[in-house]
Structures are given as C-alpha cells and as structure tokens.
Design a binder for this molecule. Structure first.
Ligand SMILES: CCCCCCCCCC/C=C\CCC/C=C/C(=O)SCCNC(=O)CCNC(=O)[C@H](O)C(C)(C)COP(=O)(O)OP(=O)(O)OC[C@H]1O[C@@H](n2cnc3c(N)ncnc32)[C@H](O)[C@@H]1OP(=O)(O)O
Ligand SMILES: Cc1cc2nc3c(=O)[nH]c(=O)nc-3n(C[C@H](O)[C@H](O)[C@H](O)COP(=O)(O)OP(=O)(O)OC[C@H]3O[C@@H](n4cnc5c(N)ncnc54)[C@H](O)[C@@H]3O)c2cc1C
Length: 664
C-alpha cells in the first residue's frame, strides 16, 4: 500500500534547509552521521523492540533489559564500534540499564580519581565488561549531604587493608543504579578512618559479588530497593541497597589520585584540591544537560507533529477544522519549549567544551577554573532538568486526552525523566551551590580582581546596576546587545540584593539560610543568562545553510523573550526594563511565533528521530495518527478476550443482584 505523508503540506512550508539544520543540531557532520547510523541500526533490529514495556511485570521488564544490554554489547563487539558509536547505540536503545552506571559513573570515577596503576588494573577489566560496576555514594540517611555519609573505611595497618562497614541502618547504601542485581563491583564512598581519626569521605573500589556464581561476597547484604514511579520507565534499572559487615579490601583499592594512605598508615593529601572527590558528579551533570535537550526535543517533536495533525473547532461551511497548532495559545505554550530544546542543545555543547577544558587544566595541575566548572554544571543541570521535566508534562497536556495514553510515549518519557531533577544533586541544593559561588563573586566586586568566564559580566557592575534598557521598538528586542544587557542587569541586581540582605544578618550562614529562596532565584537568573548568551554565541558563529540563521534567531528570541515574560516581575522590580518595554517584548514574541509557525514541523524533523526512538503514535513521522491509535488499542492485553477475566466473579453477580432488586 502506498505510504501517505499526512504532514507533507507542513514540510512543504519550511523556509530553511532541514538537512543542514540536522547537522547543526547534531553538532557536526560526523556526529550526525554516527547518530543517524546508530539510530537506524537500533530501529531496524527487532531485538530492540520497546513498545510492550508498559504491560510487562517488573521481573519480565528487568530480564528483558538484561537481554537487550547483553545483545547491545554483542553488536558493539561484532561491529567493532568506537566508544562514540557504542554510546550512541546505547542511547538509541532507550532503556535505562546498569550499563548507564557502568559506563557513565563507575568508569569515569576510576578515570578521574584513580592513579595510573589503578587505571591499568581496573579500567582494563571494565572496558571489556569483565567486571560490571556502579557508583555507590548515596545512603538511606544521606544523599545531598555527602559529608554526612556514615559508611566507614578503617585502615588496618596489620593486614594493610581497609575494613568497610555500615555502622547503622541509615548508613546502608541506597539508590545506586545497577547495584541491586547486576554489579560485581562498586566505587563506594566512605569515611576514611586512620588511627581513630576521621579524614572525611573518599572513594574505594569494592568487589560485591562473586565472578563465578554472582552470589554476594561474605559480609555483604545486597538487593533491589523496589518499584519506582510509573510502569516500565525507570523500573528497568536495579537501584539497590547495600550493607557491609566488616568487609576487607586491599589498601590499593582506595582511589588515590586526590589523597593517599601509605603502607605505614600515613594520610597524604596531594596538591590536587579535595573537591576532586566530587569530580564524577561534575562530569555526569554536564552530560545530563545534553540529555535534557534530547528528552525535551523528543516530547516537543511529538507535540508539534500531533498539533499539526489535530483539528478542533473553526469549521465554517463544512470545511476542515483548525489545526490546533494554529491557536495562538497552543503556540505560546509549545514554541518556547521548542526554543528551549535548541537552547539546551547549544548550552550542552558549550558545557562539554568547558568540561574538557577544565579536565585538561586539572591534568596540568591548574585548578583555578574548577569552581566555575562546578557552578556551571550544577546550575545548568538544575535549570535544564527542571525545565525539561515541566516541559514534557506540558507537551502531554498540549496533546489533549490522547497525550495521556501510553502509546503517545509521553507518560513513560515523563516517568523516566523526572528523577533527573533529583539524581546527581537535588535541583534546589544545586542552585544553592551556584548562589554560594555568586555571593563569593559579588564580594570580590571592586577589589580589583579580574572576573572571567560566566561571571565576567559582573565586571561591568557600575553600569549594570544603574542602566535602563534603551529598547524603543519591538524590533529592538531582536538585538543581542539589548537582550544580554537586560538579562545581565537582572542577574546582577538580584545577586547584589541578596548579598546586601545577607550582610544585615547576625552572621553570613544565618543570612544565607534566611535568604535561600531569593538566592535560588538569583541563581536561576544567572543560569538563564548563560543559556541565552551561549545561544547568541552559537548564532554568531559559523552557521551554513539556507534560512538556518533566521530560524535560529527566531528561536533564540523566543527563548529569551518568553523567559522575560515569565519572570517579568523580576525584570520590572529591579528596574531593568519598563512596562512599556515589556509590552514591546510581548509584541515581538507574537511576531516570532508567527515566523516559526510554518517551520515548526521541519524544526522538529531536524532532530532526526526515528519512529522507533520516539515511541509515539502521536509523533509518527507520517502523521498517520488515528488509524494507528485505533489499531494499537486492540493490542492491549485487556482486549485479548471480549469478556474480561473477573466478569463471572465480580460483575455478573452484581448485575444479577440488580435484576433481583428491580424485580422486588
Ligand atoms: C531521551 C532521554 C530519555 C531520558 C532517559 C534517561 C536515562 C537515564 C540515563 C542515566 C543517567 C543518569 C543516571 C543517574 C544516576 C545517578 C547518580 C547519582 O545520583 S550519584 C549521587 C549524586 N549525589 C549528589 O549529587 C549529591 C549532591 N551533593 C553534593 O554534591 C555536595 O554534598 C554539596 C555540593 C551539595 C555540598 O558539598 P559540601 O558538603 O562539601 O559543602 P560545601 O557546599 O561547603 O562545599 C565545599 C566546597 O566544595 C565545592 N564543591 C562542591 N561540590 C563540588 C564539585 N562537584 N566540584 C568542585 N567543587 C565542589 C564548593 O563549591 C565549596 O567550595 P568553596 O570554595 O569552599 O566554597
Ligand atoms: C532514579 C535515581 C537514581 C539514583 N542513582 C544513584 C546512583 O547511581 N548512585 C548514588 O549514589 N545515588 C543515586 N541516587 C541518589 C540521588 O543522588 C539522591 O537522591 C540525590 O542526591 C538527592 O538526595 P536526597 O535523596 O538525600 O534528597 P534530600 O537531600 O533528602 O532532599 C529532600 C528535600 O530536602 C531539600 N534539601 C536538602 N538539603 C537542603 C539544603 N541544604 N537546603 C535546602 N533544601 C534542602 C531538597 O531540596 C529536597 O526538597 C539516585 C536517585 C534516584 C531518584
């Protein structure tokens, strides 16, 4: 049968080169080609089927994930895939699994905190998956407060070993992914105790299960922590619980790049800052920002395509009804999310660069940019995951009733995504880290210290504290200098106000605590400025292809001006803009929505997602939604029989009783 593209009329309206935009979205032609190849490889292989996840029991679901992970590894080895290709393949398999933690945290923790010798021994095994590892930091009693961890690693000079122990119930490791049922090893975080002295939290490599029969080693109690939010979703992951009862490991299994324990039991702190013990979190937070753009773009792709297919009201003389994407309210909810997906992509690219830069510097024992890298990764992780989780839910609502069906793909995407607001640092806790960094920076203003990186704008404090915007027309709001000045002035003024209020408190800690809601808002303002400025930088760089710059400028304008609208109170109360200028910003926003409208479907096509990856009937490339929704409904296990199980036990007796009552 001939395939019909129900969205062809939308695609024909596009005013830019979609193929060129695919390259910009991917980051480079090479990245596009790898991504395209891996996504097709996964989509065309029935072993990676995922449309049945919502109906599987936990055990079936989990076993299915183990099968897929093993099969993915087999294909990676058979096809001699590079690290980049393998990681893309796993991404397109699109099922959280223990391998995420093995490759995403266990290996990076050893790389970042281990010595050359430790790399040689452990990475060799881990790269071949001869051992499988996880990252066991969080405990039942403490997640955010890493310094509060209770697990102990006590040095025994007689045997040259550490004794790993869980002294309390609350010290049980709790949450690590891959721990519950699969990992053979873990990097665990424990308090280092030497001669009764507590040297704080350090990382240790500990074997958990036998490599022969997979049973826990002596002294180790281990299991899964139970079902999590949503069906399917993150339940493919074995988040685990772990207790140690005086488990002994050799001294050389402490990760010793940051500090060492000698044979004699002497604690040696190298020149490397202690905070490097937190280094794996910096790495993962950076990857989470790129993941945010993937998750949000996926939801937006579904909502844009479906909004172009769906029609409601507006039919006069029997003609077609209005496509819901043409409603201005739909556009004002949807297009800022489309713009955010692009914005997060570009800031994610920049953050990757920043992370690589700080890593190179650390290798050369240059640590000055570490605080900035920590603040940027923490803040942007918080900002982008909050916006993405909210955005996925908004996309579900934008799809009306059908968005609530699992076959829309959106409920599962939300359920799998929403813990990103908590893992790798609770989003509020992370904003407060950014706020501390900002308060330090503000305290240095006027000291003559040169401010660099993302706080360089504060150098112009004298101007930014008193300027008023020069915007005179709606068109002015497209000029990067006007947008940047408004965002810089708002961020700086919020931060300075916090600093002033803190200084009135009896002591800085008390002040920080009292002001923390305002500090979190100041941190958000600073992070939004970073995203806006990196979007502008991207557009000002090399962008080839017909119409690309115009579309990206429109999206950048939508991102910035929709934020300005959302946080209008802050822009007005800090005096950065006037009510008249706010009205002009709204006028510009409306015209940008109109500009993006004919390009919306093409702008989501540029994500280059296969129907397999999207996993959504509403978001199908061909827009053939209704027949496929109808077809899908009949596949539900409830429809296996016409009369459901339970009818004879529970429904029929009721009906009979009613009949009897009626006769009475
Ligand atoms: C299409 C997509 C579909 C989606 C599919 C999804 C699939 C899923 C894939 C899987 C992906 C991910 C899996 C997730 C796995 C999750 C793992 C985890 O969660 S691991 C555990 C993470 N835990 C945390 O993040 C804990 C948070 N807490 C902390 O980080 C700290 O304790 C902190 C920072 C809050 C407090 O630290 P501390 O107690 O030391 O106090 P201070 O605030 O005083 O800090 C001291 C000093 O250190 C500096 N600092 C803090 N952190 C860092 C750091 N990381 N790097 C550098 N420096 C740091 C801080 O600024 C202070 O500096 P100073 O100069 O003294 O002021
Ligand atoms: C799906 C998932 C996977 C995970 N995977 C892993 C893993 O692989 N390895 C691992 O080690 N851990 C893992 N974790 C644990 C995760 O890192 C922690 O849950 C996270 O760091 C939050 O810590 P918490 O649970 O202690 O939250 P809490 O700190 O208890 O937060 C509870 C509330 O208190 C607030 N709060 C806490 N402290 C402050 C403060 N100082 N100021 C203001 N408000 C505050 C928070 O904002 C939040 O609202 C995972 C968690 C989840 C949900």
């Amino acid at each position: 049968m001939e395939e019909v593209d129900h969205l062809a009329h939308e695609r024909n309206k596009a005013q830019f080169d979609v193929e060129a935009m695919k390259i910009v979205w991917a980051g480079s032609r090479h990245a596009f080609e790898v991504s395209d190849r891996m996504s097709r490889l996964v989509a065309s292989d029935p072993a990676f089927r995922k449309d049945n996840r919502a109906t599987l029991s936990r055990k079936e679901l989990f076993k299915n994930t183990l099968r897929k992970a093993a099969y993915a590894w087999k294909r990676i080895v058979e096809l001699h895939l590079s690290e980049e290709e393998a990681s893309k393949l796993r991404f397109f398999v699109d099922e959280p699994a223990y391998t995420d933690l093995h490759w995403g945290m266990f290996v990076p923790a050893i790389k970042g905190q281990g010595t050359d010798e430790q790399h040689q021994k452990w990475l060799t095994l881990a790269y071949k998956m001869q051992i499988i590892g996880c990252y066991a930091q969080t405990e039942l009693g403490h997640g955010s407060n890493v310094q509060g961890l209770e697990t102990t690693a006590t040095f025994d000079p007689k045997s040259d070993e550490f004794i790993i122990h869980s002294p309390t119930l609350t010290s049980s490791k709790w949450w690590p992914g891959g721990l519950g049922k699969v990992s053979t090893h873990a990097v665990i975080y424990a308090r280092l105790i030497i001669d009764g002295r507590d040297h704080g939290v350090h990382g240790f490599i500990v074997q958990l299960r036998s490599l022969d029969d997979h049973l826990p080693l002596p002294g180790i109690t281990i299991g899964d922590i139970g079902m999590k939010f949503g069906n399917g979703a993150y339940n493919t992951m074995d988040n685990g619980v772990l207790q140690f009862n005086h488990v002994r490991i050799p001294r050389n299994q402490m990760l010793m790049r940051v500090s060492q324990v000698t044979r004699e039991g002497k604690y040696v702190q190298s020149d490397v800052p202690r905070q490097l013990v937190y280094g794996t979190m910096v790495y993962v937070r950076q990857t989470i920002v790129s993941d945010a753009s993937s998750a949000l773009s996926r939801a937006v792709c579904v909502a844009v395509r479906y909004s172009a297919v769906r029609r409601q009201f507006g039919s006069q003389d029997g003609g077609p009804e209005t496509q819901v994407i043409d409603y201005k309210t739909q556009q004002s909810r949807l297009f800022p999310l489309l713009a955010s997906a692009y914005a997060f992509r570009f800031v994610g690219e920049w953050l990757k660069w920043l992370y690589m830069d700080v890593t190179k510097r650390l290798q050369a024992n240059e640590f000055s940019t570490l605080p900035e890298a920590h603040a940027c990764t923490a803040g942007l992780k918080s900002l982008t995951t909050t916006a993405t989780a909210d955005g996925i839910e908004e996309c579900r609502k934008l799809c009306g009733g059908h968005g609530y069906l699992c076959s829309s793909g959106l409920p599962e995407l939300f359920a799998v995504y929403v813990p990103a607001c908590t893992y790798e640092g609770d989003n509020t806790v992370l904003l407060l880290q950014v706020a501390r960094f900002l308060m330090k920076t503000v305290s240095q203003l006027g000291s003559g210290k040169q401010l660099v990186g993302t706080t360089a704008y504060m150098q112009r404090a004298e101007h930014l504290m008193q300027c008023t915007s020069d915007v005179r027309s709606a068109e002015d709001w497209l000029k990067p200098s006007f947008i940047l000045e408004a965002f810089e002035a708002r961020a700086l003024r919020l931060a300075v106000t916090c600093a002033k209020n803190i200084s009135k408190a009896p002591n800085p800690e008390e002040g920080f605590s009292q002001l923390s809601p305002d500090l979190a808002e100041a941190a958000v303002a600073h992070c939004q400025l970073i995203v806006v400025s990196k979007f502008i930088d991207k557009i000002q760089g090399d962008i080839d292809g017909m119409g690309l710059k115009e579309q990206l400028q429109a999206l950048c304008g939508i991102y910035a001006l929709s934020l300005l609208h959302k946080h209008l109170g802050e822009f007005l109360s800090t005096g950065c803009i006037t009510p008249k200028q706010a009205a002009l910003a709204n006028e510009k926003l409306r015209s940008l929505y109109a500009k993006v409208r004919p390009n919306a479907v093409a702008l989501v096509d540029a994500f280059n997602y296969t129907d397999h990856f999207l996993g959504s009937i509403l978001g199908r490339y061909d827009g053939n939604v209704y027949p496929k929704l109808y077809e899908e409904a009949w596949k539900d296990p409830l429809n296996d029989s016409v009369v459901p199980d339970g009818y004879h036990e529970y429904v029929r007796p009721l009906l009979k009783q009613q009949l009897r009552t009626a006769k009475l």
